[in-house]
Write a protein that binds this ligand. Sequence first.
Ligand code: KIV
Length: 270
Amino acid sequence: MIEKILNKAANGEKIAMLTCYDATFAKLMELAGVDILLVGDSLGMVLQGAENTLNVSMHHMTYHTKMVKNGALNTMIIADMPIGSYEQDNEAAYKNALWLMKSGAHMVKFEGGGDKRIETARYLVERGVPVCAHLGFTPQTVNQIGGYKIQGKTEESAKQILKDAKAMSDAGASFVLLEMVPAALAKAITENIKTPTIGIGAGVDCSGQVLVLQDLLGIYTGAANKKPAEFKSPRFVRNFLANTHSIQDAVSTYVKAVKDKSFPATEHSY
Ligand code: KIV
């Protein structure tokens, strides 16, 4: 399953990834040709109505991963490791990653770079757990970062993200996901590492793209405790339902737009 997607990337085909949290949408996305389903901890916001991903647990993640697996037996699934499930020690990270794999994930994703995270990636990969590294803006550390801010804007931070991406690739990560970084930086990373990159708010030159399903459908209006009018959709979001007749059509249009590189356009990039 992973090999098939990596081969597509190696042949220059763009990879279309979408978040997915249940069986109904998993089946629909499989039929629409989505390459990878991401059971993202964004479910904390879009399903649970929270302000961020910080309340998401391993129980939530395994529950939704099982549902997605039930709906899509033939599509690759990546599951997010929620906050608190991988930072402390590698053995605990391994145990939690296995739990996600036993629930149906083919690969796990966790956030952050630096020596400790790179060691965790290596530890998991050596034990047979495929890893997607999430760099750039990392939602689980939103409070430390001080809000939803573009990363890699200064020369120093761009260098650090490139260094982390290289190290994650060397540690055996199968994908590097780049969130909210300048398109030029994402391009440089994609050209300088052997691992395919998946972008969200990272420009068209990544090896693939990911969006949150509810954003793609234009139905996410912010946390439950906020008025919809207070929510401003991020720049990288495009509503694919707007000019189509069904959800399935909207998802197929997204896949096509990723493959033919018409999404993301400059207006969706930094
Ligand atoms: O949890 C999630 O949906 C993610 C995407 C924003 C990439 O990590």
